[in-house]
Design a protein around this ligand. Structure first.
Ligand code: ADP
Ligand code: MG
Length: 139
């Protein structure tokens, strides 16, 4: 059975461009509940750890630099079928290929600066939630 949680990050450019409010509203209106939420600035070490599955990819260094370039909002979200429904809400990785009306279509500026992160599996949703949130930060 599909899990009920997913982890998102509103990436530095989307936050800097004042799109966080609109994105959080879209998330809420799509039926996700906020179980945890905070504003943080990652060090390059922390961003590197978060994206360690991509460490052999050509875009890794640049991605780590980007993700540690400014504050981000991260949230633990709850909904039935959370991982898949959230990826539908945000659209394809490349904003140019994302469906109209999706978060990445509306707020992504390029393949790297694609506005938001979304977990890719139930297993990673748990790992990523544990990366950001302690027990007393979850509701
Ligand atoms: P997703 O975020 O859709 O799960 P991936 O896990 O494949 O996508 O990649 C993680 C992040 O790395 C993407 O959201 C994007 O910011 C960046 N990225 C992915 N592919 C590329 C690429 N070819 N060039 C630059 N950045 C990329
Ligand atoms: Mg991914």
């Amino acid at each position: 059975m599909a899990g009920k949680i997913t982890l998102t990050i509103i990436k530095p450019t989307a936050f800097r461009n004042n799109n966080a409010g609109a994105i959080l509203k879209m998330i809420n209106e799509a039926g996700f509940k906020f179980k945890a939420l905070k504003l943080v600035k990652l060090t390059s070490g922390q961003a590197g750890l978060f994206y360690s599955v991509h460490k052999d990819k050509p875009f890794y260094e640049s991605l780590v630099q980007f993700m540690s370039s400014g504050p981000v909002i991260t949230a633990l979200l709850e909904k039935d079928n959370a991982v898949n429904d959230f990826r539908t809400l945000i659209g394809a990785t490349n904003p140019e290929k994302a469906e109209k009306g999706t978060v990445r279509y509306l707020y992504g500026t390029d393949l790297q600066q694609n506005a938001v992160h979304g977990s890719d599996s139930d297993e990673n949703a748990i790992i990523e939630s544990d990366f950001f949130f302690s027990k007393i930060e979850r509701f």
